[in-house]
Design a protein around this ligand. Structure first.
Ligand code: MLT
Length: 264
């Protein structure tokens, strides 16, 4: 089912009496990246997906975003839908949002699944890359930016073996508006570090990383997981930064095990 809350496109699958899981996608993607997880989980869980403001079917509005405003959007969605202690499952930029959300409103959350993400803020080098990305969008358009950015998000093997799936993701990403994509780049560049809160996280946490992830590699994610008491850390063999898309069976197996182990 599709609905709109506060100008955000929200999609639900499954019985709303079940434990809610809110999926927060990465950049510059949309909610459809979680298709395989929803297929595996919607029988026993209430799956709530949304398009981050400015991406997918959520309009860019004024294009002025911060990580805080992304968390405001997530919080208003949780409150508006009356979700009781949902498990947050975020990938990369969705993980930045989830990590800041847990820091700000842990009492509203039941658990955390962090896929291919990190808690550190952008280094100066990455901030300069964001600035170059904005310049590229202004000069050659969002399509050329997406063509340069998205290949780094997948393992070479996935791109070679799943050409149609990869082409579909690329094509969807190119449909995002320049304003929305630039707004997300600025929000990521301006976000705070959430590393200081990791040792305070008390909800059950699963950390998932693709073995070939070039953007948030296993050593970075393992050191993040080490700081979260009682968290589980799994590496998905052969997958890149988009592990849930590239190796859905393996990722789903770990998510299901984590959910059932914690009685969700
Ligand atoms: C993402 O997948 O959300 C992005 O790679 C995050 C980033 O650029 O930092």
């Amino acid at each position: 089912m599709k609905t709109t809350i506060n100008n955000i496109a929200v999609f639900t699958e499954g019985n709303e009496e079940n434990k809610p899981i809110v999926f927060v996608h990465g950049f510059p993607f949309d909610h459809t990246m979680w298709k395989a997880q929803v297929e595996a989980l919607s029988k026993n869980y209430y799956c709530v997906l949304y398009d981050i403001r400015g991406l997918g079917e959520s309009p860019a509005s004024d294009g002025q975003y911060t990580m805080e405003s992304f968390v405001d959007d997530l919080e208003s969605l949780i409150d508006h839908m009356g979700l009781s202690k949902p498990v947050l499952c975020g990938l990369s930029m969705g993980g930045y949002i989830s990590l800041r959300a847990v820091e700000r409103m842990e009492e509203k959350l039941g658990g955390l699944i962090l896929c291919d993400t990190k808690s550190d803020a952008d280094t100066d080098e990455v901030k300069l890359k964001r600035a170059a990305g904005i310049k590229q969008i202004n000069t050659t358009g969002v399509e050329s930016f997406v063509e340069g950015f998205v290949p780094n998000c997948f393992s070479e093997i996935f791109i070679r073996r799943h050409q149609n799936d990869y082409a579909a993701v690329l094509s969807r990403s190119k449909q995002n508006s320049a304003l929305g994509v630039k707004g997300c780049l600025l929000a990521m560049a301006g976000r705070t570090s959430t590393t200081g809160y990791l040792s305070k996280i008390s909800v059950p946490t699963l950390v998932i990383c693709g073995e070939e992830d070039k953007l948030t590699p296993p050593d970075v994610m393992m050191s993040m997981a080490d700081k979260i008491h009682g968290s589980e850390f799994v590496v998905i063999e052969g997958a890149g930064h988009m592990a849930p898309v590239e190796s859905p069976k393996e990722v789903n197996k770990h998510i299901l095990k984590f959910l059932s182990k914690n009685n969700f």
